[in-house]
Design a protein around this ligand. Sequence first.
Ligand code: IPD
Ligand code: CA
Ligand code: CA
Length: 262
Amino acid sequence: MKNDKIKRTLLEALAKAGKIIRSHFGKEQKITKKGEFNLVTEIDKASEKAVVDLILKRFPGHSILAEESPAVTGSECRWIIDPIDGTTNFAHGFPIVSVSIGFEQNGRLEMGGVLDPTRGELFFAERGKGAFLNGKRIHVSKAKTLTDSLVVTGFPYDRKQDPDHYLSLLRAFLTQVQCIRRTGSAAIDLCYVACGRFDGYYEMKLNPWDKAAGMLLVEEAGGKLTDFSGNPLTLESVQNLATNGLIHEEMLRSLEPFKRLG
Ligand code: IPD
Ligand code: CA
Ligand code: CA
C-alpha cells in the first residue's frame, strides 16, 4: 500500500471535513437524536459524506467504518472515521470538536489524524514515524505521580442506566489527582495525552471511531494504552486507559475495583 497516497488522502479528508465544521460552527444546527442524550447534526452527516466520498474516490475497494453510515467491508485496508467527535459540544457552540480518521491494514493501525478545526490544530501519527502537532514532533508528559497529574475522562451515553458506576470511577480519582477535566471529545483527549497537556485519560465504552486515530497518536508519542486490567488496548476494549506511561501503574491500582465493569 502506497503510504504517501494514504497520508495525502487522510490529510485532505481532514481538511475538507474541518472546513465544513468550521463554516457551520456556532450556528443553529438541525439536530436529530440517536438516543436520549446522543445527538447527530446535519453537519455530522455532511462531514462524513465529504470524508467517505474522497476516500472511496481514491481507494474504491477499501473498507470503511464510519459513525453515521453502514460499514463497508471486504478489504484488509480499513478507514475508521468520526466525522465530528464532540457533537454535543458542536450543537452547543462549545469550541472543543474534532474530526478523526484512522487507517488500519490487516487489523493494525498504521496512520491516524485528528483535526481540531476551531483551534487549527492538526494531530498526525504514522506507525514507527512518531506523532506530530502541526508538523512538530510531540511527546507525552513527564508527570510521575497522580498528585502531579491532570487527568481527563468522559461519560458514555448510557450513563442514565448506571450512573453510580461512572460516579464511583470519578470519585476514585477526584481526591488523588491534581484535577480532572471532561472535554467532550475522546479523540482530543487522546491527542492531549499524546502532546502532554493531559497526563492520563480513562473512559468506558468508547467506539472504534472515537479512539482509532488517537490511540496511534498516544503510542507514537511514547504513551501507554491498556484496559483497566492492564491488557493492551484494542478498538473493542470496553475500558480504556491512556497515560504518559509513568503514572500508568498508579492509575491501574486506582482502577483495580472497577476491572469487572463492562
Ligand atoms: C463522544 C465524545 C465524548 C465521549 C463519548 C463519545 P461523539 O463522541 O467522544 O467525549 O465521552 O463517549 O461518544 O458522540 O461526540 O462523536
Ligand atoms: Ca465520537
Ligand atoms: Ca461523532
